[in-house]
Design a protein. Structure first.
Length: 276
């Protein structure tokens, strides 16, 4: 099994569900456009991905005030299927299908894995509300879509937590909750208003396992040029944390932009790593 075969499974599933119907669902889903597709891949394949998913000891631990999670982009030979699945989402046929669903004509993948890869979240892990980095590494393309594919089996959102939260009307108002169900793909729009988070994990014996891809385009989603770094906020009633994170976001955005303009160099991968 390789990325080309997996990409055919993805296309077959999207075609079975009807691309026009999926486009209608995505475009009419609210202020933060999103789409949930269940049973994306054959169950045996999804179960294999769950079984060989890297242990957290093999991943980088990002533990800060705004997040606690494990991420990675490198895989050993026994985990080759994870890598093949990751890159299956970047095949031309899949890009074209997602382009049709989302009405974004010029989307491209992220072969450098600037922001993509895998994430694992176990008990105590979380991701504070944030808007994603606006551009690719070279600040040439705008970030447009997050594709989040979950392979964790036997997940109970009531007991385990870990929902993807969308805040179309801000932190203080009701959020959209999307459970990280097994074999589920979430496609969501990302721009300077796509505020989202991951609820704290409560599970004692299960992990939230996500294979993530990000799509970019040369056209701005707002029809004008803009730039921002990944900007975090506190959850509702986390007032002091919100102030600290907001200040940090402004400093980081200004610093990265100045560095790029002065040296005309791509921004280091290590300066930006955030996988839902």
């Amino acid at each position: 099994m390789d990325r080309y075969e997996i990409s055919k499974y993805i296309i077959d599933r999207l075609n079975y569900l009807d691309l026009d119907l999926l486009r209608a669902k995505f475009c009419n889903s609210g202020k933060i456009n999103y789409l949930v597709i269940d049973n994306l891949l054959p169950n045996k394949l999804a179960e294999k991905l769950n079984d060989i998913f890297p242990d957290e000891s093999e991943l980088s631990h990002l533990k800060m005030i705004q997040q606690n999670k494990f991420v990675g982009v490198n895989f050993d030979k026994s985990q080759y299927l994870i890598e093949e699945c990751l890159y299956a989402f970047q095949q031309d046929e899949v890009l074209r299908a997602v382009s049709m669903i989302t009405n974004i004509e010029d989307i491209v993948g992220d072969p450098e894995l600037y922001a993509g890869g895998i994430s694992s979240m176990s008990k105590g892990c979380f991701l504070n509300p944030h808007i994603d980095n606006s551009h690719d590494r070279k600040l040439k393309k705008f970030r447009r879509l997050n594709l989040l594919y979950y392979v964790n089996n036997n997940w109970d959102p009531i007991k385990d937590g870990g929902e993807l939260l969308l805040f179309p009307d801000g932190i203080k108002n009701k959020e959209v909750k999307i459970t990280c169900n097994f074999n589920r793909l979430v496609i969501m729009r990302t721009d300077n208003r796509s505020l989202h988070a991951v609820r704290k994990i409560h599970s004692k014996d299960n992990r939230r396992k996500c294979i993530s891809n990000y799509y970019f385009s040369e056209k701005s989603p707002l029809g004008k040029n803009y730039y921002h770094s990944t900007s975090f906020k506190g959850f509702k009633n986390e007032y002091l944390k919100s102030f600290i994170l907001k200040l940090n976001g402004k400093i980081k955005t200004s610093t990265k932009y100045i560095i790029y303009k002065l040296f005309n160099k791509s921004i280091s991968t290590n300066m930006h790593k955030e996988i839902e």
